[in-house]
Design a binder for this molecule. Sequence first.
Ligand code: GLY
Length: 358
Amino acid sequence: MENELSRRSFLKSAALASGAGLLGRDLSLGDIPLPTRAPNPKPLAIASANGLAATAKAMEMIAAGSDALDAVIAGVNIVENDPKDMSVGYGGLPNEDGVVELDSSVMHGPTGRGGAVAAIRNIRNPSSVAKVVMERSDHVLLVGEGALRFAVAHGFKEENLLTDEAREVWLKWKENLSTEDDWLPPHDANARDIGERVQKALRLHGTINCDAIDLNGNISGCTTTSGLAFKIPGRVGDSPILGAGLYVDNEVGAAGSTGRGEANLLSCSSVMIVEYMRQGKSPTDACLMACERIARQTKELRLKDDNGRPKFNVNFYAISRAGEHGGASIWSGSQYAINTGEPQSRLVDSAYLYKREK
Ligand code: GLY
């Protein structure tokens, strides 16, 4: 009721301001609209395909009354802590120097706030740090050494995030990177040409995006990743960039991404998806439009196949305020995780722009 009154008072003030030709002047603080409750909230959580456990956890918390942001962060913390997922958090694949650098962003629909960290080292839960940036600083994005110092100041524990398994994958990459350098893979005395590029055999991109609607109809999201494997130190992908790897508007919905961050950074797809939904598109159609936009914007020949299509993949996930969900990828074969309150989450096929031939 209080929210509804504040909203009405805002709308009245805005109409008066408009009618009196006052737009462009600051509204007083008392006129800032407070979040409204969705008419019939349909709680749900979606995530990239590696988010089965994350969405189940998020929905368990939402059913118990948690705010959607706390729920999605608790969900992705499971994946950040899991050394078997080599695309996120602890055990993520490192940069070209063998050092794990993590990116994450969060966005809280009801307050319109967001926080993010990029290229942060030694902290396994960058999503939780991103939330502290949002709640306990006047900034939105902290990077590198500054992000680490901020995290330590707030009690986060520093640790080596490189597991033996991730180190071995990195070493294999390094030893096979070139026949010109001095790093050699295991070989016998008869070997001649040692070293071949092996990136194609490795999974270079991976990330988790998780978005949810809580019992109050409030929407939040989080994206977290170790980023592109073997990247140049300091490389930042789309995940910690609000508007690119994540965007939430409590009045419309949320969207997030996984896949080639460079392509998404150049198209800011998550905010576009939310805007397409505002214009009436379903989450799936909005995600497909973002894929089309990336395909159109990809001009460099090195990134395109013989048919002019992007060689890489980007995946999008979206929920609308009404509780619809959808996902789409440039290339077929992707899925996303969904939970609407069941003990187990399930995977759903994403729509796609192009069908993979094999
Ligand atoms: N989408 C994750 C990254 O490119 O870092």
